[in-house]
Design a protein around this ligand. Structure first.
Ligand code: ACO
Length: 344
């Protein structure tokens, strides 16, 4: 196919869509009540300011790749894809198992994806949607037929459990999708990405990189933890989430009125509600599970997508919009027409 498919973003030769989705969250549930035992907070404060009631925590022996592999297996099964048929694996994460090798290489090995290439992508909580945009390019160009995109994070590993302004917000989890060719008019029909580095200092993990290596003098234990200017990030998120959705829709020649389900990054129920109002969507057209998992960073959007499908909230032909935002400060959005699965 050489001409651009109808409704595909400019430059797509082959329409590309999601063939299957899966997610995995660790077993341990940490409730707000549990947190009150060691940090000065209340269930009322956390629920009122964030909508979060519980989050999951990985076992000490579980790392990000372990969550990623479980989610990936479920996505492979849902899509009817064999691991050995994967061409590429992209793992979006800001909590890799270690700086090197890439988490994608561990996922490739665990899955037995014998012919797949792989790499990690880090743009904080926006990572999964960025990885979706990136992975889609390989299918859209005709380079690859099957691309596994995983979003996975163990955010509890970055928490300072004495900092009540951050430790109540995050949890661990992973979600994955398999991308492949779909019928014209289906799949990803609009994308948008952005980053504003000027806001980067509002959300950081300072140590462990080349600026402040772990062995350097002057590293404080706190430098290994996630630090955040909450109100600044909140203002950024409220302004960017709805706008990013609108940009992806505009890219597809559509408006928010046509959206069947909006799946935003699950960071805070108040941010989700602000974006719902900006997009003028009724409650039933917005998906939220932040109550159960908190902010799982790169896991957030694919876990939400997976649960939305399980709950029958997405039908063939539905217009679905995914939006991520996070450290960077960064954001990314995708508009997609669900379904159109072909046999290729
Ligand atoms: N329990 C009780 N009180 C608390 C807690 C807590 N867990 N945390 C903060 N407070 C207190 C503060 O100390 C402050 O007290 P003070 O007024 O006496 O100083 C008061 O509550 C208000 O604090 P704020 O930070 O102004 O509260 P705010 O209403 O902004 O809510 C929150 C804080 C929930 C963090 C909010 O700012 C937010 O959600 N920000 C965005 C977070 C986000 O989306 N992050 C995405 C990260 S994505 C990524 O890439 C990692």
């Amino acid at each position: 196919m050489t001409s651009q498919a109808p409704n595909s973003p400019q430059g797509y030769k082959t329409p590309v869509g999601i063939l299957g989705v899966g997610h995995f969250v660790p077993e341990e549930v940490v409730t707000n009540q549990d947190l009150t035992k060691f940090v000065d907070t209340t269930d009322e404060w956390i629920v009122g300011r964030t909508g979060i009631r519980a989050r999951r925590r990985a076992r000490p022996d579980q790392a990000t790749s372990d969550l990623a592999v479980e989610a990936a297996r479920r996505a492979l099964q849902a899509s009817g894809t064999r691991a050995e048929d994967l061409d590429l694996i992209i793992v979006a994460t800001m909590t890799p198992d270690c700086p090197m090798p890439a988490t994608a290489s561990m996922v490739q090995h665990q899955l037995g994806a014998s012919k797949a290439g792989g790499f990690d992508l880090n743009i904080a909580c926006s990572g999964f949607v960025y990885a979706l945009v990136t992975g889609a390019q390989f299918v859209a160009s005709g380079t690859f037929q099957r691309v596994l995109v995983v979003g996975a994070d163990c955010m509890t590993r970055l928490m300072n459990w004495k900092d009540r302004s951050t430790c109540v917000l995050f949890g661990d989890g992973a979600g994955a999708v398999v991308l492949g060719p779909v019928e014209p008019g289906y799949g990803i029909i609009g994308v948008h990405t952005g980053v504003n580095g000027a806001g980067g200092p509002n959300l950081t993990v300072k140590a462990g990189g080349s600026r402040l290596p772990s062995w350097s003098e002057g590293v404080n234990p706190g430098d290994y933890y996630l630090q955040m200017e909450g109100p600044e990030v909140f203002r950024f998120a409220v302004s960017v989430m709805g706008e990013a959705a609108i940009k992806a829709l505009e890219n597809a020649g559509l408006t928010s009125e046509q959206v069947a389900l909006f799946i935003p990054h699950q960071a805070n129920a108040r941010i989700i509600e602000a974006s719902r109002k900006r997009l003028n969507l009724p409650l039933e057209r917005v998906f939220s599970n932040v109550e159960h998992y908190g902010n799982t960073s790169c896991g957030s959007v694919p876990i939400a997508l997976s649960e939305a499908l399980e709950q029958g909230r997405i039908q063939n032909g539905d217009l679905v919009v995914l939006v991520g935002f996070g450290g960077g400060l960064s954001w990314a959005s995708v508009a997609l027409r669900w379904g159109g699965l072909s046999n290729s």
